[in-house]
Design a protein around this ligand. Structure first.
Ligand code: FE2
Length: 201
């Protein structure tokens, strides 16, 4: 079915000074909108038009003949997820059951933070850093380009876009500064905790 570009869950200026209005305008209105529109054009009149985008992503992952469709489908989904992973006055540390699980699986919040920042920094070129639930265990992973943990049977809980279009206008080549700001000032832990609760219900 046609995938709808979600409106940003906050105003274009809401993440300033960490992420500028200009970045959000290009990132949401041009990049994300472009993936959604190409995905919808590609599935129109095909069997994929009857499937949820998550099912399309899982069905065609790794099929070289469907790489173009996969890239637009996964990028459409990844960005919708990314917008929800951040919020004005975000960051800090998670609480409750998620905080306890992070301590249990990583040793501490600080150990998680170090691993997540390292994943974002180490992803060569474009891609995403993730916190996922993998067979009951929290893990930090990274994917290249449009990669999505759903294709590995993992449940995405949090993602950070490390494509240059996510940060270049505000941070230029300083991806580590963007990543540190993302973790310390932007993460929407309420959303992440909701994903965790759904995955463990
Ligand atoms: Fe992006």
């Amino acid at each position: 079915m046609a995938y709808t570009l979600p409106a940003l869950p906050y105003d274009y200026t809401a993440l300033e000074p960490h992420i500028s209005k200009q970045t959000l305008e290009f990132h949401h209105d041009k990049h994300h909108a472009g993936y959604v529109s190409k995905y919808n054009d590609a599935i129109q009149g095909t069997d994929y038009d009857n499937q949820a985008i998550e099912d399309v992503i899982k069905a065609i992952a790794g099929d070289a003949s469907k790489a173009g469709l996969f890239n637009n489908a996964a990028q459409a989904w990844n960005h919708s997820f990314y917008w929800n992973c951040i919020k004005p006055n975000g960051g800090g540390e998670p609480t409750g059951a998620l905080a306890a699980k992070i301590s249990a699986d990583f040793g501490s919040y600080d150990a998680f933070k170090t691993e997540f920042l390292a994943a974002g920094g180490a992803q060569f070129g474009s891609g995403w850093a993730w916190l996922v639930l993998d067979n009951g265990t929290l893990k930090v992973t990274k994917t290249g380009n449009a990669g999505n943990p759903l294709t590995e049977g993992q449940v995405p809980l949090l993602t950070m876009d490390v494509w240059e279009h996510a940060y270049y206008l505000d941070y230029q080549n300083r991806r580590p500064d963007y990543a540190k700001t993302f973790v310390e000032s932007l993460i929407n832990w309420d959303f992440v905790a909701e994903q965790f609760a759904k995955a463990t219900a």
